[in-house]
Design a protein around this ligand. Structure first.
Ligand code: SDX
Length: 394
C-alpha cells in the first residue's frame, strides 16, 4: 500500500490528489480491492474463487443481488438472460447496418443508447424494474457488439440462439463459428473476472450518471465510453498489438519471442513508453485475475508458447519497474487464442463489466446523493467584455 496520504484542506474544502488516487468517495457492498491490494472481493468471495467456479449466470446473480443463487433463482436468471438475448429489437440491427465502420466500442455506446430509446421511456426506481433492465441489458449488449462488428467486417451476422448457454452463444456470434466447450468456458471465465472491480474509472462514470437519476442505458453508455480509453479497458487490444509487433521483429531476427520480448520491452521502457497490460492503480504486487486467465491460456492453442512469453514479460517488468501484469495482459493472449478479432477485446471487457455497472447503478440510485465535487478555480478573473477591434493583439 502507498505511503499514508495526508488530508489537505482549504477553508471548508478537502483537497484530494489528482486522479482521486487513494480517495474513498463512497461505500459499496458489491466489490472492492482488499486493503493489502492483493485481491478483489466479489460480494464476500474472492474474484478468483468466483472466476474459477461460477458460471456467467451465477456470477451475474451474485453481483446483482449480493448472494449466490439457489437452484430456482439460477434457473430464473438464466431463463431471463437467454430470453432477452433473443429479443434485441430489429430496428437496432437495421441501425447497425447504416452506421460507419468505427471502433467497435462505439457499437456499444450507441447500442446502449438505442436500447434506452426502446426501453427507458417511463423509467422507474423500483428494484424489480431495475434488476429486470439490468438482465436485459446484460443479455443484449453482447449481441449488438457482435452484430455491429460482423455486419461491418463480414457483411452479415449471426442471430442469438436463446436455447444455448450465454457465453457459448456470445463467443459464437463474435467469431461466427461454434466454439468448443473449453473455449466457451475460457471465454466465460473472463466475462466473470471482468464483471466488477470496485470504483474503476468506468464504474465511477456509471455511478456519476446514476446519481443524476438518469436511466441505466444512458449510464452504461457512459461506462462504455470510459472503458474505451487505453489506460483502462483498451489495454488488452494494445497489449496484443504489442505482442504481434514483437513477434514480427523476433521472426525478423530469427530469435524466439520468449527471448526477444526482454529486449523489446527494455527498448520501450528506455523510450519512457508504458507497457500495456502492466500496472494498476490498486494492485501493486499481483492482479489475482491473471491466475484465472493463465489456467486457460495454458490449455488453449499454443498455450506453452504464450505462457513462456507472458512469464518472461512479467519477469522483465518486475525486475525493471516492480510493476505487475494486470488482467488485460492475459486476456489479450486468451482472446487471440480464441480467434477473436483484436478490436473486439475491449467490447468483451464491456460484455462482462455491464453486470458490475448495472449493480453499481442500482446501488447508487437506491441510496442516492448527487455526485458533484467542487473545483479550485485558478484561471483569470475580473476581465471585462471588449469590442472586437481592441481584442486581437498585433
Ligand atoms: C484495467 O481500475 C481498475 O480496476 C481497472 C481494471 C478494471 O478491472 O476495471 O483493473 C482494468 O484498467 C487494468 C489496467 C489496464 N491499463 C493498462 O494496462 C495501461 C498501462 N498501465 C498504466 O497506464 C498504469 O499502470 C495505470 C493507468 C493502469 C495505473 O496507473 P496509475 O496508478 O495512475 O500510476 P501512474 O500512471 O502514475 O504510474 C506510476 C509510475 C509512473 O512512473 P513515473 O512517471 O512515476 O516514473 O509507474 C509507471 C508510470 O510511468 N508505470 C508504467 C506502467 N504503469 C505505470 N511504466 C511502464 N508501463 C506501465 N504499464
Amino acid at each position: 500500500m502507498s505511503q499514508k496520504p495526508e488530508c489537505k484542506t482549504e477553508g471548508n474544502y478537502i483537497v484530494v490528489p489528482k486522479g482521486l488516487v487513494n480517495v474513498i468517495v463512497d461505500e459499496t457492498k458489491i466489490s472492492g480491492v482488499d486493503p493489502k491490494g492483493e485481491s478483489t472481493i466479489y460480494r464476500g468471495f474472492t474474484i478468483e474463487d468466483i472466476g474459477e467456479n461460477a458460471s456467467f449466470y451465477e456470477a451475474t446473480y451474485l453481483i446483482l443481488y449480493g448472494e449466490l443463487p439457489c437452484e430456482e433463482e439460477l434457473k430464473e436468471v438464466k431463463n431471463k438472460i437467454d430470453k432477452y438475448r433473443g429479443q434485441v429489437p430489429e430496428k437496432v440491427f437495421d441501425a447497425l447496418k447504416h452506421v460507419p465502420v468505427t471502433h467497435p466500442m462505439y457499437y456499444g455506446i450507441y447500442g446502449a443508447s438505442l436500447l434506452g430509446q426502446f426501453y427507458a421511456s417511463d423509467w422507474k426506481f423500483d428494484p424489480d424494474f431495475l434488476y429486470d433492465h439490468a438482465l436485459r441489458l446484460t443479455a443484449q449488449l453482447p449481441v449488438i457488439f457482435a452484430a455491429g462488428w460482423n455486419l461491418a467486417h463480414n457483411g452479415t451476422f449471426l442471430r442469438p440462439d436463446p436455447t444455448k448457454d450465454h457465453a457459448w452463444d456470445v463467443l459464437r456470434m463474435i467469431t461466427m463459428r461454434e466454439p468448443t466447450e473449453l473455449e466457451a468456458r475460457a471465454f466465460e471465465s473472463t466475462l466473470v473476472i471482468y464483471m466488477d472491480h470496485g470504483f474503476n474509472a468506468s464504474t465511477f462514470t456509471t455511478r456519476v450518471i446514476a446519481s443524476t437519476l438518469s436511466d441505466l442505458y444512458a449510464a452504461v453508455a457512459g461506462g462504455i465510453a470510459a472503458l474505451k480509453g487505453p489506460l483502462h479497458g483498451g489495454a488488452n487490444e494494445k497489449a496484443m498489438e504489442m505482442f504481434l509487433d514483437a513477434k514480427k521483429r523476433a521472426e525478423g531476427k530469427g530469435v524466439p519471442l520468449d527471448e526477444y520480448i526482454e529486449e523489446y520491452i527494455l527498448e520501450k521502457l528506455a523510450k519512457k513508453e508504458k507497457i500495456m497490460g502492466f500496472g494498476h492503480r490498486i494492485y501493486k504486487l499481483h492482479d489475482p485475475r491473471t491466475d484465472v486467465a493463465a489456467k486457460f491460456v495454458a490449455q488453449l492453442k499454443d498455450g506453452d508458447y504464450w505462457m513462456k512469453v507472458l512469464k518472461k514479460a512479467e519477469e522483465v517488468m518486475w525486475r525493471e519497474k516492480k510493476i505487475p501484469a494486470n488482467i488485460d495482459l492475459y486476456t489479450a493472449i486468451l482472446y487471440y487464442q480464441l480467434g477473436i478479432p483484436i478490436p473486439m477485446y475491449t467490447p468483451i471487457f464491456a460484455m462482462g463489466r455491464v453486470v458490475g455497472w448495472s449493480a453499481h447503478y442500482i446501488e447508487q440510485v437506491l441510496n442516492n446523493k448527487l455526485i458533484r465535487p467542487t473545483e479550485k478555480y485558478v484561471g483569470p478573473s475580473g476581465l471585462k467584455y471588449q469590442p472586437m477591434e481592441t481584442r486581437c493583439r498585433k
